[in-house]
Write a protein that binds this ligand. Structure first.
Ligand code: SIN
Length: 480
């Protein structure tokens, strides 16, 4: 079985211990690859390499940095199928969805290839006529990028592309469940002509690698996507050396469907937000607020649409929904459904759970499930489920639903469906979330700022905002 290597200072290397960890196919529970297991020592060497490479990369002309990013975009698109296959194998999402993710991942290289050339400073009129004030934007330094398993390609490029455009160098730690997609992307970056040490990849136990990254004073910036719990811990560790942080954390997205909505659009929107990646998306809707007068019709149409969707192995031609990532996720989703039903919720559709894996490590499938009659004491109404469960709540008025939707510590994404322009503007402005989808269940795109308010995170990824995260602001006061 192929053993994948770490990438440090332009070399594909094994860890000192020569130990590996297994990578499992979530559809079958079978081991499909092995990844070299790094720890603190390998991480330190990766930081050494990134710090050394920074000296040249940070002063490489922006158009040259941009040209490498552009080439990385082209290579990712040329190798879309092969990377998608690696992703489906280690992550489980249907192959057509994985191909979509590779294109999404590539779009960050495409966008930041251009942005690299547009890092503008400023001059400010001084109140003292013998002085000139200049503001420069400079790369922040070595970046620690820690990425999740749910989007093994796009979360890597959403971090690496703006960092490289800014002139930063990177130590990347991909999730242990999905390191192979990241290895493939690294190989393409190497092929695109990225100089050695500019991006380094270490995979292994989060505690050892995370701690080594956070305590090193040469690492100036942390960019992390993952749970709110781990984000808080990393933020504490980053505080010891006052690193700049951007955190893209958990969500508890509401989707509000008003009675003046186009119901077919709302049903498609619900599917897009909830069933993409089997509901394992930070911006997945976790609370569906449907105006009372249309709730039965919405449930009926949604259930009819769900009947047409196929659950299965991501490699089967017509699969729409893949497995959950592992047993822990399965137990959590199962618990959310059972807890709601025990406390009086009504099962409207689905509810089927099955384990078809050859081992306990994978093969966990949950049917898309609609439950209604959700009330506040059910876990599902306060915690992120990260699975294909659609909890329905009803409401009477706009004011009431805005209060309910905002009643959470999370603030990543929210969705609303209405045909009224005035209402869409009014409600968008009132919702306390970083991303609002108006009649749109899939708002993510490379050009726009992705990120959350409250405990859903700090900072933004994507667009010109994503670049800001990797830049320092320097003010020069020049007396003439
Ligand atoms: C995420 O779930 O963290 C990312 C989803 C997206 O980019 O749309």
């Amino acid at each position: 079985m192929k053993g994948h290597r770490l990438y440090i200072d332009g070399e594909w290397v094994l860890s000192d211990s020569e130990a590996f960890f297994d990578v499992v196919n979530p559809s079958t529970g079978l081991v499909i690859g092995r990844m070299s297991k790094a720890g603190a020592d390998e991480t330190k060497r990766a930081i050494d390499a990134a710090a050394e490479a920074y000296k040249k990369w940070s002063v490489t002309p922006p158009n040259e940095r941009g040209a490498i990013l552009r080439r990385a975009y082209e290579l990712l698109m040329e190798n879309k199928r092969e990377i998608a296959e690696a992703m489906t194998l280690e992550q489980g999402k249907p192959l057509k969805e994985a191909e979509g993710e590779v294109a999404y991942a590539a779009s960050f290289f495409e966008w930041y290839a251009e942005e690299a050339k547009r890092i503008y400073g400023e001059t400010i009129p001084s109140w003292y006529m013998n002085k000139r004030i200049m503001v420069l934007r400079q790369p922040i330094g070595v970046v620690a990028a820690i990425t999740p398993w749910n989007f093994p390609a796009a979360m890597v490029t959403r971090k690496i592309a703006p960092a490289l455009a800014a002139g930063c160098t990177v130590v990347l730690k991909p999730a242990t469940q999905t390191p192979i997609t990241a290895v493939r992307i690294m190989a393409l970056l190497e092929q695109a002509g990225l100089p050695k040490g500019v991006v380094n990849l270490v995979a292994g136990p989060a505690n050892d690698i995370g701690e080594a990254l956070m305590k090193d004073t040469r690492v100036k910036k942390l960019t992390f996507t993952g749970s709110t719990e781990v984000g808080k811990l990393l933020m504490q560790q980053a505080a010891s050396t006052v690193k700049k942080v951007s955190l893209e954390l958990g969500g508890h997205a509401p989707m509000v469907v008003f009675e003046d909505a186009d119901l077919d659009k709302a049903v498609e929107g619900a599917i897009a937000t909830k069933l993409r990646n089997c509901g394992q998306t930070c911006i997945s809707t976790n609370r569906f607020y449907i105006q009372e007068s249309i709730s039965q019709e919405f449930i009926k149409r949604l259930a009819e649409r769900l009947k047409t969707m196929k659950l299965g192995d991501g490699f089967e031609e017509d699969t729409d929904i893949g497995p959950l990532i592992d047993n822990k996720s399965y137990l959590k989703v199962k618990h959310h459904i059972e807890d709601a039903l025990k406390k009086g919720a009504v099962l409207e559709y689905g509810g089927g759970l099955k384990h078809v894996g050859a081992t306990e490590n994978g093969g966990y499938f949950i049917e898309p499930t609609i439950i209604s009659g959700i009330c506040k004491d059910m876990i599902i109404s306060t915690e992120e489920t990260f699975g294909p469960v659609i909890p329905i709540l009803t409401f009477k008025t706009e004011e009431e639903v805005i209060l309910a939707a905002n009643d959470t510590n999370y603030g990543l994404a929210a969705y609303l469906f209405t045909e009224s322009l005035a209402r869409s503007m009014r409600v968008s402005e009132a919702l306390e979330f970083g991303i609002i989808g108006v009649n749109d269940g899939r708002p993510s795109t490379a050009q726009a700022p992705f990120g959350g308010m409250k405990e859903s995170g700090i900072g933004r990824e994507g667009g010109k905002y994503g670049l800001e995260e990797f830049l320092e602001t320097k003010f020069i006061s020049m007396a003439l």
